[in-house]
Design a protein around this ligand. Structure first.
Ligand code: ZN
Length: 103
């Protein structure tokens, strides 16, 4: 697949958005650049992806990274999403590296 289509939708035409590039702003924050997959639309966007909680602790923690532990509601939502089989975010950045993009 050439670029991944995440579950983000174009706010204009509601077709899928393809992540074209991403830039690290901070260890917990990336800016992402997206393009609508509808050739008749062609809109492009910038957004952000942020790590907000730890679902389980790291086996090799970094002292500078302090995150709240996910509560029961966040865990319940994660289980529901896992069952719905969304595209894994690692697939997005893996495909960008293969294309020579910044990831
Ligand atoms: Zn669009």
């Amino acid at each position: 697949m050439s670029g991944s289509v995440y579950k983000l939708r174009c706010p204009h035409c509601h077709h899928g958005l393809r992540v074209r590039n991403s830039v690290a702003q901070h260890p917990l924050l990336r800016s992402i650049y997206m393009q609508c997959t509808n050739v008749a639309c062609g809109a492009t966007f910038r957004g952000q992806m942020e790590i907000t909680h730890a679902m389980s602790p790291s086996g090799c923690p970094t002292p500078d990274i302090q995150l709240p532990i996910a509560d029961a509601e966040i865990r319940r939502q994660a289980i529901e999403r896992e069952n719905s089989k969304q595209v894994d975010i690692d697939d997005i950045f893996d495909s960008q590296e293969a294309q020579g993009g910044q990831a």
